[in-house]
Design a protein around this ligand. Sequence first.
Ligand code: GLN
Length: 200
Amino acid sequence: MIHAGVVAVQGDVSEHAAAIRRAADAHGENVDVVEIRQSGHIPDCDVLLIPGGESTAISRLLRREGIDEEIRDHVAAGKPVLATCAGLIVSSRDAKDDRVETLDLIDVSVDRNAFGRQVDSFEAPLDIAGMDDPFPAVFIRAPLIDDVDDGVEVLAEWDGTPVAVRQGPVVGTSFHPELTADSRLHDLAFFDHVEAEAAD
Ligand code: GLN
């Protein structure tokens, strides 16, 4: 049984929980999905999801609840995290916004709400490293990744800009992989990793 936590202080939680269940099913894994609103639960989680929503609110609530430290400890232990959209913003090194205290899990800087400023949301077929077919990526007021340090692997780009990155056990996306029926990204972030660990 894999214990998956979805940070649920704010943002789109249920769609991610469903995507995690689909990805687990595809792998023949049993998964228990827990919504995280308080400290004390993350230490029991094997994998963790930080969803999209409003990064200023998520950042404030993570700190208030003491969840921020638990997320750092989870990553320090080498356990997988998938951080999407606002989740990527809070996981970055620098969000250029005093209201967002970043967790510094991925060595990138981001520009909030900059991507596709002309059109608030759009869907694009993305070539993602390790996937045979394009992934239907939904962008909603997405963060622009404007600086990528050494040690960060770019998994996908759109229009010459990185939109999916990985550093160690953490995968971050500018887009919302939970909004289509395609759960390959949850699979890549969580279950491939769990299998690789088990094979060690
Ligand atoms: N623009 C939002 C923010 O800065 C993120 C958008 C999203 O998660 N869809 O928090």
